[in-house]
Design a protein around this ligand. Structure first.
Ligand code: GLU
Length: 547
């Protein structure tokens, strides 16, 4: 068979050869050990935690080594394409502090290894497919759906491996004349890879996360170009990661099962394989069992979830590192104030058996992270979140800047700082009592205090209220009111002799707290009153007194 002629018949318009592209996309000039990584999402409009998890690995590998972190858009599936997806991908990753050096960026494509949209790389795939045909390593296949169906049926009957291979690959050995006749007959065709692998064969490969793997080799004549000339994932992956000079392919473990195909294509062409890093699925605990995070069931899978609720990117980054590298938490304990970039991220410390995602843990980490961020910065973050996600509070935040910063600061210093703040929507909720239009009494008085009694206590509080009292004087007054009305001055006195009292001083301050902030728990009430100002405090007490 004259393969060269076959290649000419199939790809008459492809003039460039592989050498041309080798020259066009030369080895990168980077420092020794520099890693080139890529995020290769499909533009479906949905960007999820798994993407971020993988992107984090890519970014760290590249930037820790002086390499390149690139964005390639895998847009070969017209049907799944969603307008605006690329913007969503880039802006979401940017939100979490991940910035690309090269690729399909907002300001246009950047770098000399493009195009970075697969839909614009048709000629490159076809050139490599043509090369494979010339070498007798790929061929046109005219199999119709019906014929494929027939093959499947037979294979089931004979109880053999399904697929297109060996004797089942009916178009594998056509003569040039036969090919020409099918083409003259206007029949559609795909290009299949001619695998030399066997069903029994195995090969070994090193995965940077999973270690040495022994796998069955590929023996299927997989499709590399579809009828419309568009490459399959397998082929595009090999061609792109080779010509973009990617050194490390970080992708989800769902690709592990097709790794033999990629290995087969790479070695057949004679290209060096990248280092594969197959990351574990993100899992969550659900009713006592671990399961994969699901798009349908788990809103926390989408990155939009974190942006809408206003999680601080530093908190999400911090949390992700704890699930990415098993030694991270220990490092953090030893280096509480170091920037995250100083931690040396390694592939060896990644889990290969499912990374457990836990929203409660993220929230806890978020509390610690926010504690280290100055209240002024939290205010700015809250404001910018509100501008995007809760515009109705922008004006009140702007109009009360000083007060909001003070509210955010209460109780955050000292040995046992309060950890009240987690994410913007919760933070606003937490301080919302300050604003009259959001203030409401959400909890009820302690059980031992009825409405009448509460109103009596509040009246006494109101009458004795002096906004200039310091914290000690203020508390002394509360204690007096308690004592004079049958409440123990100290909770422990009450515990000892509960029958002697109506309650204790804490119950009295609870009543005050409810009247002033509407909740039974809050930071120090005296401090809050100082921030709120005399007028607001008095009017709230009056209101709670019933007049
Ligand atoms: N487009 C593929 C995906 O979104 C990329 C996988 C890869 O990183 O190679 O799953």
């Amino acid at each position: 068979m004259d393969y060269k002629k076959l290649a000419e018949i199939l790809f008459p318009d492809i003039k460039e050869d592989i050498a041309y592209y080798e020259n066009e996309f030369p080895e990168r000039k980077l420092p020794a050990g520099a890693k080139v990584t890529r995020l290769a999402p499909s533009p479906t409009g949905f960007i999820h935690l798994g993407n971020l998890y993988g992107a984090f690995v890519d970014e760290r590998l590249a930037h820790q080594s002086g390499g390149v972190f690139m964005l390639r858009i895998e847009d070969t599936d017209e049907k799944r394409k969603v307008e605006g997806s690329v913007e969503i991908i880039i802006s979401s990753l940017k939100y979490f502090g991940l910035n690309f050096d090269e690729g399909a960026l907002l300001e246009g494509e950047k770098g000399s290894y493009g195009p970075y949209y697969q839909s614009n790389r048709g000629k490159i795939y076809q050139c490599v497919a043509k090369y494979l045909v010339e070498q007798g390593k790929a061929y046109p296949c005219f199999c119709t759906e019906g014929e494929l169906e027939e093959i499947r049926k037979q294979q089931t009957e004979e109880n053999v491996n399904p697929g297109y291979y060996g004797k089942w690959a009916k178009y594998r050995n056509l003569t040039l004349e036969e090919v020409q006749a099918h083409i003259d007959n206007n029949e559609e065709f795909v290009i299949r890879f001619r695998s030399e692998g066997t069903e029994e064969g195995t090969f070994e490969i090193e995965d940077a996360i999973r270690g040495r793997l022994s796998m069955h080799e590929n023996f299927q004549d997989v499709v590399i170009l579809k009828t419309n000339g568009i490459p399959t994932y397998h082929f595009a992956h090999v061609v792109d990661d080779h010509f973009m000079r990617v050194t490390h392919v970080v992708r989800g473990e769902e690709w592990l099962s097709t790794l033999p195909i990629h290995h087969d294509i790479f070695t057949t062409i004679g290209w060096e394989l990248p280092v594969y890093c197959h990351t574990a699925h993100l899992m969550k605990m659900d009713e006592g069992a671990k399961r994969k995070l699901s798009k349908r069931k788990d809103p926390e899978l989408g990155l939009g979830f974190y942006m809408e609720l206003g999680y601080h990117p530093a908190a999400v980054r911090e949390y992700l590192l704890t699930i990415l590298n098993s030694n991270y938490e220990e490092w953090r304990m030893q280096n509480p104030d170091s920037p995250i970039e100083e931690f040396e991220f390694t592939l060896e410390k990644m889990s290969n058996s499912g990374a457990l995602f836990d929203l409660d843990k993220l929230n806890n980490i978020s509390k610690d992270v926010l504690l280290k961020i100055p209240a002024e910065d939290i205010y700015e973050f809250l404001l910018s979140w509100a501008e995007g996600h809760k515009t109705e509070i922008v004006n009140i935040l702007k109009g009360n800047r000083e007060e909001v910063i003070k509210l955010l600061s209460v109780g955050r210093s000292g040995d046992k700082p309060r950890k009240d703040l987690m994410y913007c929507s919760q933070i606003f909720e937490f301080i919302s009592y300050y604003f009259d239009e959001y203030f409401e009494i959400t909890d009820s008085y302690p059980e031992n205090i009825n409405k009448e009694e509460a109103e009596k206590l509040l009246k006494l509080y109101f009458d004795s209220y002096d906004h200039n009292d310091d914290q000690v004087q203020w508390f002394e007054k509360i204690r007096m009111i308690a004592q004079e009305n049958g409440y123990a001055a100290k909770p422990k006195d009450y515990k000892k002799n509960p029958d002697m009292y109506k309650g204790h001083v804490g119950d009295v301050s609870s009543v005050v707290r409810l009247a002033v902030v509407g909740r039974s728990t809050s930071p120090d009430i005296w401090e809050l009153q100082q921030i709120m100002g005399e007028e607001k405090v008095k009017s709230r007490i009056k209101k709670a007194m019933g007049n």
